[in-house]
Design a protein around this ligand. Structure first.
Ligand code: IMP
Length: 427
C-alpha cells in the first residue's frame, strides 16, 4: 500500500486541503512534516468550512490518525486552541500524535519574528509573523526547545536559559525591547505538559511500522515548492523544506518507502508576501482572479498576489520533487475569460530561457513569454469526468499537462468536496 507525499507545486495556497480531504477516507495516517501555523488549509465538509493552520487535515476524517512530525514547529498555545475549536464543533481530536522531537515556537520566537521584520523595513520577507523563522533558526543553532523538553523541568529551564541569554541581549540592545524572563517562559511551557502528554509519541517508529503493515500514509506539505528554503525563491521563502525530501527528514521515513509524490497546482498562480513573481498581474485581470478565486490568506487574511499560470515553475516543481502526478485546482476560476495566457518560458536579458534560473538576479529580471489559449464560458462545476469539460477547458488542461511534465490525475472544478474530477487514482 502506498506512502504518498502531497505538496504545493507553486508558492503555496494551491488548495491542498481539498486534495487531502479527497483522499481522507482511504488514508490511515495524514502527517505534517514541516512548517507550523504559518500554513492554512480550508477544508469544506458538507456545509461546514474548517480553516486549519497547524493540524494535519486528516483530523477531520474519523478513520484517520493525524500526525505532527519532527520537522514541524509547534506553537503549543495555537495547537491547543485549534484543538478546542474543533472539539467545540464536535470533531474528535483524540487520535492526534505529535513527535517528541518537534521543536516548539515560544513567545520569544513570535516577538523576534515581528521585530526582525520591522527592522528589515523595505527589505522585509513579509512573514506570517508566527515565529516560524526564529524557531527554525534556534533548531539549527542547537538552542531550540523540543516538545519532549516540557516533560523535564530541569532540562527545560537550562535550555530556555541558554536560548534567552543571547536573545535578551538582541532584544534589549538591538531592538530596544524589554528582556524576556526565563521563569515566565518556563512556567508557560510547563503549563502545557499535562494537556499535551497524551499526544506525544515516537512517530518515526510508528509511521515506519504503519507503512510496513501496509497502511496508507499521506505526508502533507505545509507550504509550496517555491517557498522551500533550499529550492525556493530565497530569501523570500519559509524556513523549512516543503519539497518532497522534507517528508523524509521531517518524519524519519526513508525515500525508498515513498511511492508517489503529488503536486498541487493551481490553474493560475498566487503568492503571499514579498519576492519575485514573473506572471503577476497588477491590472484588472489580477483583481478578477483574486475576487473570483477568493485569494485571501487563510492564516494572515492578506490579499494574495495573482497572475497567470507559469509552466516554467510547474516543470521545476516536477523536477525538484520528483512529482508523479499533479492535482490541478481551481480550474472553475478561469471560466469566463475569452483567452487565457500561459507562461511557457521567460525572457531574461533578451534571451529565451525554458527552465527556472538558479540565479536570483536572473529570476528577478525574468519576463514571461506567453502562449494564449482559448477560454470557455460554460459552468464546469458539475463536470464529473474529463469528457464533460468544455472542449477549450480540456485543451487548457492538456496543454498544462504537456508543459508541466507529469500527468494531471485530478482536477478541482469547485470548492465543494465532490467538485473534483478524478482521472487516475492516487492509491
Ligand atoms: P514565514 O513562513 O511566516 O516565515 O513566511 C515566509 C514567507 O512564506 C512569506 O512570504 C509568507 O507569506 C510565506 N508563507 C508562509 N506560509 C505560507 C502559506 O501557507 N501559504 C503561502 N505563503 C506562505
Amino acid at each position: 500500500m502506498p506512502a504518498l507525499v502531497l505538496l504545493g507545486a507553486q508558492w503555496g495556497d494551491e488548495g491542498k486541503g481539498k486534495a487531502t480531504d479527497l483522499l481522507g477516507g482511504s488514508v490511515d495516517y495524514v502527517v505534517r512534516y514541516q512548517g507550523g501555523n504559518n500554513a492554512g488549509h480550508t477544508v469544506v465538509v458538507g456545509d461546514q468550512k474548517y480553516a486549519l493552520h497547524l493540524l494535519p487535515s486528516g483530523i477531520l476524517s474519523p478513520g484517520c490518525t493525524p500526525v505532527i512530525g519532527n520537522g514541524v514547529v509547534v506553537d503549543p498555545a495555537v495547537l491547543l486552541s485549534e484543538l478546542s475549536g474543533l472539539n467545540a464543533r464536535g470533531i474528535d481530536t483524540s487520535k492526534l500524535l505529535i513527535s517528541g522531537n518537534a521543536h516548539l515556537i515560544t513567545p520569544y520566537h513570535t516577538t523576534l519574528d515581528k521585530v526582525t521584520e520591522r527592522f528589515l523595513g523595505k527589505r522585509k520577507i513579509g512573514t506570517t509573523g508566527r515565529g516560524i523563522g526564529p524557531a527554525y533558526a534556534d533548531k539549527i543553532n542547537r538552542v531550540g526547545i523540543r516538545v519532549q523538553d516540557i516533560f523535564d523541568e530541569s532540562i527545560l529551564r537550562q535550555k530556555v536559559e541558554a536560548a534567552l541569554d543571547f536573545k535578551n541581549q538582541v532584544l534589549a540592545k538591538l531592538y530596544n525591547r524589554r528582556a524576556i524572563a526565563v521563569e515566565q517562559v518556563v512556567e508557560e511551557l510547563l503549563g502545557y505538559a499535562d494537556q499535551l502528554s497524551g499526544f506525544v509519541a515516537d512517530t518515526t517508529l510508528l509511521l515506519n511500522n504503519a507503512i510496513d503493515d501496509g497502511k496508507v500514509v499521506l505526508f502533507e506539505g505545509g507550504q509550496g515548492t517555491l517557498l522551500d528554503v533550499d529550492h525556493g525563491t530565497y530569501p523570500f521563502v519559509t524556513s523549512s523544506n516543503p519539497t518532497a525530501g522534507g517528508a523524509c527528514t521531517g518524519t524519519g521515513v526513508g525515500p525508498t518507502k515513498i511511492n508517489r509524490v503529488i503536486g498541487i497546482l493551481k490553474a493560475y498562480t498566487t503568492r503571499v508576501g514579498a519576492g519575485p513573481f514573473p506572471t503577476e498581474l497588477l491590472d484588472e485581470d489580477g483583481d478578477k482572479l483574486r475576487t473570483i478565486g477568493g485569494e485571501r490568506g487563510v492564516t494572515t487574511g492578506r490579499d494574495r498576489r495573482c497572475g497567470w499560470f507559469d509552466a516554467v515553475i510547474a516543470r521545476y516543481a516536477t523536477r525538484v520533487n520528483g512529482l508523479t502526478d499533479f492535482f490541478l485546482t481551481k480550474l472553475d476560476v478561469l471560466t469566463g475569460w475569452e483567452r487565457i495566457p500561459v507562461c511557457v518560458a521567460y525572457e531574461i536579458d533578451g534571451k529565451r530561457v525554458d527552465e527556472l534560473p538558479y540565479s536570483q538576479t536572473d529570476f528577478h529580471h525574468a519576463k514571461p513569454i506567453y502562449e494564449t489559449l482559448p477560454g470557455w464560458s460554460e459552468d464546469i462545476t458539475q463536470a464529473k469526468s474529463f469528457d464533460q469539460l468544455p472542449k477549450n477547458a480540456q485543451k487548457y488542461v492538456s496543454a498544462l499537462e504537456e508543459m508541466s511534465g507529469a500527468p494531471i490525475s485530478a482536477i478541482g472544478v469547485g470548492p465543494g468536496r465532490d467538485e473534483t474530477i478524478q482521472i487516475n487514482s492516487f492509491l
